[in-house]
Design a protein around this ligand. Structure first.
Ligand code: ADP
Ligand code: MG
Length: 238
């Protein structure tokens, strides 16, 4: 679904420079990865690149492969094809942001339905089904602020899955939950990803949680360079 070779991104400069290298990453249907590393190692940077919201500086290959064909994502960035990137993003990718990212003026149902509305998809019962599976059915008419943190995170997960994306990305989706709730939300999320035949990359600083949830760990190794900047390299995934 996504195939990356030697993808690079640098942020900041001098001793503040942070450079990420992704030597090789293959995201295929059914694969479930955990992006593990301490704070500042680049988990969100990797996810933003995969979510097509952050432009790579260079890439030998950054392709999106689906039943509709092969898309050269790096080529789209180079040619500034923002519309095509946005289209690919909204159809194929679901992203659970660290802060949840729910809209406070919409009720839970409309929040979950949002990606489908944006794509003009017909009501096929997906919203109700996901709400039931993620155990938020009784909250569909409430505003997000009336929910607990754990409930809000489950709503964010449901929203990221509502349009049946091929790639599900999540940025520390359970960081604000106690360990039992964290594992529960993770398992509910992964169950749906499996059912939809998607692949996922979930950032977490909790390697134990990743292991317990059965995720394949992808570590980010950081090294300090002579100029004081940092180079972070993502472990190979095949
Ligand atoms: P993590 O998610 O693992 O905590 P991040 O991807 O947020 O790590 O950050 C990786 C590095 O990139 C950090 O050194 C951070 O300071 C830097 N960084 C993140 N966002 C920006 C930005 N918008 N501009 C410049 N540097 C950034
Ligand atoms: Mg982060």
């Amino acid at each position: 679904m996504m195939s990356l070779r030697d993808v690079r991104k640098t942020r900041g400069e001098g001793s503040q420079r942070y450079s990420l290298v992704i030597p090789r990453l293959e995201l295929a249907a059914g694969r479930q990865f955990a992006l593990v590393g301490p704070s500042g190692s680049g988990k969100s940077t990797v996810l933003d690149l995969l979510a097509l919201v952050l432009s790579p500086d260079g890439a030998q290959r950054f392709d999106f492969i689906s039943d509709q064909g092969h898309v050269d994502v790096f080529g789209l960035w180079r040619a500034a094809r923002q519309n095509q990137l946005a289209q690919l993003r909204s159809r194929q990718i679901g992203y659970v942001l660290q802060t949840g990212g729910l809209l406070s003026y919409l009720d839970v149902r409309s929040n979950i339905d949002l990606p489908r509305q944006l794509l003009d998809l017909p009501d096929d019962g997906s919203v109700e089904r996901l709400a039931a599976q993620l155990e938020v059915s009784e909250h569909l008419h409430k505003k997000p602020q009336a929910l607990s943190v754990g409930q809000r995170q489950r709503v964010s997960c449901a929203r990221a899955l509502a349009h049946h994306p091929h790639v599900l990305l999540a940025d520390e989706p359970t960081a604000s939950l106690d360990p039992l709730n964290a594992l529960r939300v993770m398992q509910l999320l992964l169950g749906r990803v499996r059912e939809q035949g998607a692949c996922c990359v979930i950032a977490t600083h909790d390697e134990g949680l990743a292991r317990n949830a059965g995720l394949h760990p992808l570590r980010i190794a950081c090294s300090r360079d002579e100029d004081g900047g940092v180079t972070a390299t993502l472990e190979d995934a095949r």
